[in-house]
Ligand binder design. Structure first.
Ligand SMILES: C[S@@+](CC[C@H](N)C(=O)[O-])C[C@H]1O[C@@H](n2cnc3c(N)ncnc32)[C@H](O)[C@@H]1O
Length: 336
C-alpha cells in the first residue's frame, strides 16, 4: 500500500490531513495547538477515484481556512458532504469501468442521448428550422427504426480489417448527430458540408437523411472533408451515392467550393482559430436560410461570434449521454 501523508501547517489551526492514494481514503484530524484531539474522520473515495480524492483534499483545505471557532463545524459536515458528492462521482466511475470493458472506442465516443435530452433537442431544432416539434420528433426517431441503416453499419464493420474493427462499437449510436440528421430532414438542403469525417458516422447518417429526402422528391448532396485519407469508411454502398469526400486540409477543400451551402457542419480541427477560419472561409457561400452547425460550441465562442458578425441568431444544445462517463458535447446553431 502506498501512503502519501500530507500534513497541513500550523497556521491551519491544528488540522492534519492524510491521503491514502492507494485506497482512495482521506483522513482528517483536528486538534487545536496544545489541545487534545477533537475530531477524526476518514472518508472513502470509493475505489480510489482520483477526482474524488482531490475533491476531498480541497474540502479539507477549505475547512482548514475557516476561522478557528468554525473549524469543528466545517469538519463535522465534511463526511456527509463528501458522501453526497461521491454518490455522483461513484456513478461516473462505474460507467467508466463498464465502458472500459464493453466499448472499443478510443476517441469520438458514441452513445444514445437520454430521453429528456432528445425531447430538448427536438424543441431546439423546431426553433432553428421553424418546423413543428412533432415533425422533428418524428425525424429524430427515424435512424433507430431504420433496420437497413443499422445493417449497413454492422456489415461495413464486418468487412473491415481486424485492427480497424477493433476500435468501433458494434451498434451505431448517433449521439448529437441525431440533431444534424433532423436538421437535414426538416430543411431538405441541396448542399450539406461536414468538415471532419473520422469513421464517417456523421457522413453515413447525413447521407441517410439525404436518401430519405430524395425519396420524398428533394435531392441533396453531402460533401465531407478530412485530412486523413482513411477517413469515412462507413460511407459506402447506396449511401455514398448521396455524397463524396474531399481529402486534405479542410480550409483548402472549402476554398475549392463555389456553390451555395445550405447546411454547414464544423467538426474537424477543434482549435478555436481553425474553427473560426472555417466559418470565415465559407461565409460568402452562405445565404439567409443557411444553418451553420458547430461541434465545438461547448468549448469556444467562435460560432457565437460568427453568428453575431453575420447577423444570425445563435442557440446551443448541450447533449447528455445515456449511461456513459463522457460528459457530452453539444450543437451550436447559427441561423437567421
Ligand atoms: C471529431 S472527428 C470528426 C467526427 C465526425 N464528424 C463524426 O461524425 O464522427 C475530427 C476529424 O477531423 C479531422 N481533421 C483534423 N484536422 C483536420 C484538418 N485540418 N482538415 C481536415 N480534417 C481534419 C480528423 O482527421 C478527424 O477525422
Amino acid at each position: 500500500m502506498t501512503t502519501t501523508p500530507l500534513t497541513l501547517s500550523d497556521r491551519t489551526g491544528g488540522v492534519s490531513l492524510q491521503l491514502d492514494a492507494a485506497n482512495g481514503e482521506v483522513s482528517l484530524k483536528y486538534a487545536p495547538p496544545g489541545e487534545p484531539l477533537r475530531l477524526a474522520a476518514t472518508i472513502s473515495a470509493q475505489g480510489g477515484a482520483r477526482d474524488a480524492v482531490s475533491i476531498l483534499c480541497a474540502a479539507g483545505a477549505m475547512a482548514a481556512s475557516t476561522r478557528p471557532a468554525g473549524i469543528a463545524t466545517r469538519l463535522s459536515r465534511l463526511p456527509a458532504r463528501a458522501e453526497t458528492a461521491s454518490r455522483v462521482i461513484g456513478r461516473r466511475v462505474q460507467q467508466f469501468m463498464e465502458w472500459l470493458v464493453a466499448s472499443k472506442e478510443d476517441t469520438n465516443y458514441t452513445y444514445d442521448l437520454t430521453p429528456l435530452n432528445r425531447a430538448h433537442l427536438a424543441a431546439v431544432i423546431s426553433v432553428v428550422t421553424e418546423r413543428p416539434i412533432t415533425e422533428i420528433q418524428g425525424y429524430l426517431a427515424e435512424p433507430d427504426a431504420d433496420a437497413a441503416l443499422q445493417a449497413h453499419y454492422t456489415q461495413t464493420l464486418a468487412r473491415l480489417p481486424a485492427e480497424m474493427a477493433a476500435l468501433a462499437d458494434p451498434v451505431a449510436r448517433w449521439a448529437r448527430r441525431l440533431g444534424w440528421y433532423a436538421v437535414l430532414r426538416a430543411l431538405k438542403p441541396r448542399l450539406v458540408v461536414e468538415t471532419g469525417v473520422d469513421k464517417g458516422l456523421g457522413a453515413l447518417l447525413l447521407c441517410a437523411a439525404l436518401k430519405r429526402n430524395t425519396r420524398e422528391g428533394h435531392s441533396g448532396r453531402y460533401l465531407g472533408t478530412d485530412i486523413n485519407p482513411n477517413a469515412g469508411y462507413l460511407l459506402n454502398g447506396s449511401y455514398a451515392e448521396h455524397g463524396a469526400l474531399l481529402i486534405g486540409d479542410s480550409i483548402a477543400s472549402l476554398r475549392s467550393l463555389a456553390q451555395p451551402i445550405d447546411v454547414f457542419i464544423n467538426d474537424s480541427d477543434h482549435s478555436a482559430d481553425y474553427e473560426y477560419a472555417e466559418y470565415k472561409t465559407i461565409a460568402h457561400l452562405l445565404h439567409p436560410g443557411s444553418v451553420i452547425i458547430g461541434d465545438n460550441s461547448h468549448v469556444t465562442d467562435k460560432l457565437t461570434r460568427f453568428a453575431a458578425e453575420t447577423n444570425r441568431r445563435f442557440l446551443f444544445f448541450r447533449e447528455e449521454p445515456e449511461a456513459h462517463w463522457y460528459a457530452g458535447a453539444g450543437i451550436g446553431f447559427a441561423f437567421t
